[in-house]
Ligand binder design. Structure first.
Ligand SMILES: [Zn+2]
Length: 410
C-alpha cells in the first residue's frame, strides 16, 4: 500500500517564494495532502499577531508581530485557506508555545495553552498540533544540550515533592548511574547480549533510579495532557500529538508510548539516523562512545560502541571504529535495527494509524543520500506503517522527490 506522507513546511516563507498554488500543486502532484507548518516565524519574529486578553494569567507576554510581518502573515493565511479548500489537512508543529524554563515550570502550562488558544484565532483551519518532544535529555556528553543528567531545578524539586518523590534520593540515583558509566574499566572485555531482565536487574539494584525515570515520565505526561485538553476544549476534533525519540531512546527521555497513547491522538517518533549534527542516531552513538572513552581511559572506540549496543540494542553493522559512522548506512542496518525499532513502535502503540514518525535525512551533520532515503521508506512500508512526516519541504533534492513519488504510487 502507498504510504500517506505528510509534508513538514519548516520554512513557511516557501509560500511567498514559490507561491501557495505552486507549492500545493507540487505536493498534490506526488500525492501529498497534509501540511505540517513549522515554526510560525518570519526572520525570528512571530508570524501571527497575539490577542492580549488571552494571557492574563501568565507571567510571560508573547512577542508582538512586527508591522513588516503583517503582509507576510496575510500570505500565510491565504496559503492555509487555499490548502484547506483543496482538502489538505493542516497541523502546526511549533506555534511559539514555549515559555522559557524546564517543563516542570508551572508558567509553561499557563503560557503554552494560552498560545495554543491564540493561534487558532489567526489560523482557524488548523486540524491539530504536533508538539516537538517534549522530552528530557538523553545524551551523556557533558556539554550536550540534551543532557540526560538534568534537571535539578526548584520547579522539579517542588513538583517531585508534591507527587510524593524524595527528590534528593532521585538525584542520588542519578549520580550513581553517572558514576557507573564513568567506571566501566572493571568489565570483562568483549560484547555480551543483554535483554529485558538485565534492565530489571539494574532497577532492582537501585529502586530510586526507577523512581527518577518514573518522575520524568510523570512530568512529560502532565505537560502533554494539559496541551491535549486545551486542544480538545478548542474543538473536540482538534488533535494533539507529540514527538518522541526512537523507542530505544524514548524511556531515557521520559516517554512510555503505551501510556502516552491514553493521552495523545497520535505519536511521531523520530526516524533520524544521520551522523553528527542534531539528534541523528549515528551522532548519538558516536557521542556516547566518545564520552565513554573519555571517562574510561583505555577503552577503545570499538569497545565503547559495544557498550552502547548493550545499552540500547542499537548498532551499525560493519562498523569497527567511530570514523566508520561517517559512511552511508548499510542495507543490513535498515533490515535489522530500523525494522526492530518500527516493530517496537507497533508493539507499544498498537494502532498503526496513531504512529506517524518524523523522517529526515539530516539536521546538520552528514546528510543521508536519496539511496538511504529509498531504503528507509521501503522499511517503513515493510514494517507495516502507513504514514510518516517528511522533514522538510525546503530541504529536498530532486532525487528525493523522485523517491517520494515512487513511495506514494504517483
Ligand atoms: Zn527542572
Amino acid at each position: 500500500m502507498a504510504l500517506d506522507i505528510w509534508m513538514f513546511m519548516g520554512k513557511i516563507d516557501a509560500f511567498e517564494k514559490e507561491g501557495a498554488d505552486a507549492v500545493l500543486d507540487r505536493l498534490q502532484g506526488v500525492g501529498i495532502n497534509t501540511l505540517v507548518l513549522g515554526d510560525l516565524i518570519f526572520d525570528a519574529q512571530p508570524a501571527y499577531p497575539f490577542t492580549p486578553g488571552l494571557y492574563t494569567g501568565c507571567e510571560t507576554s508573547p512577542p508582538a508581530m512586527p508591522p513588516e510581518n503583517a503582509p507576510r502573515f496575510e500570505i500565510l493565511r491565504e496559503a492555509v485557506r487555499k490548502a484547506k479548500e483543496r482538502g489538505f489537512g493542516i497541523y502546526l508543529h511549533d506555534w511559539g508555545q514555549n515559555a522559557p524554563g524546564c517543563i516542570n515550570n508551572p508558567e509553561k502550562l499557563r503560557y503554552g495553552p494560552s498560545r495554543t488558544r491564540d493561534v487558532v484565532r489567526s489560523l482557524p483551519q488548523v486540524d491539530g498540533f504536533i508538539l516537538d518532544g517534549p522530552e528530557w535529555g538523553y545524551e551523556i556528553a557533558p556539554a550536550h544540550r540534551s543532557n540526560l543528567f538534568r534537571c535539578d531545578c526548584d520547579c522539579c524539586r517542588d513538583r517531585a515533592t508534591a507527587w510524593g518523590y524524595d527528590f534528593d534520593a532521585l538525584l542520588g540515583a542519578r549520580d550513581r548511574l553517572k558514576s557507573r558509566l564513568q567506571n566501566l574499566g572493571h568489565l570483562p572485555k568483549g560484547r555480551r547480549e543483554r535483554g529485558l531482565m538485565d534492565g530489571l536487574d539494574f532497577l532492582i539494584d537501585d529502586p530510586n533510579l526507577f523512581d527518577w525515570f518514573r518522575f520524568k515520565t510523570d512530568s512529560i505526561e502532565h505537560y502533554v495532557r494539559t496541551f491535549a485538553e486545551t486542544a480538545r476544549q478548542l474543538h473536540p476534533s482538534r488533535a494533539m500529538a507529540c514527538g518522541p525519540r526512537l523507542p530505544a531512546f524514548a524511556p531515557l527521555t521520559g516517554y512510555n508510548f503505551r501510556r502516552l497513547s491514553e493521552i495523545v491522538d497520535f505519536q511521531c517518533p523520530k526516524l533520524y539516523f544521520w551522523q553528527h549534527g542534531v539528534d541523528g542516531l549515528k551522532g548519538t552513538l558516536y557521542r556516547y562512545a566518545e564520552t565513554l572513552c573519555a571517562w574510561n581511559p583505555g577503552l577503545t572506540g570499538s569497545e565503547a560502541l559495544d557498550r552502547v549496543r548493550e545499552l540500547f540494542a542499537l548498532w551499525v553493522p560493519g562498523t569497527s571504529g567511530l570514523d566508520d559512522l561517517d559512511d552511508p548506512l548499510p542495507p543490513e542496518f535498515f533490515q535489522t535495527v530500523v525494522t526492530a525499532e518500527i516493530a517496537k513502535m507497533r508493539e507499544r502503540i498498537g494502532d498503526i494509524a496513531r504512529i506517524r514518525p518524523w523522517m529526515g535525512l539530516h539536521h546538520g551533520g552528514v546528510r543521508m543520500g536519496s539511496n538511504e532515503l529509498e531504503q528507509l521508506l521501503n522499511v517503513i512500508a515493510a514494517g507495516g506503517l502507513v504514514t510518516f512526516i517528511y522533514w522538510h519541504y525546503s530541504d529536498m533534492a530532486g532525487s528525493d522527490w523522485e523517491v517520494v513519488k515512487k513511495t506514494t504510487g504517483q
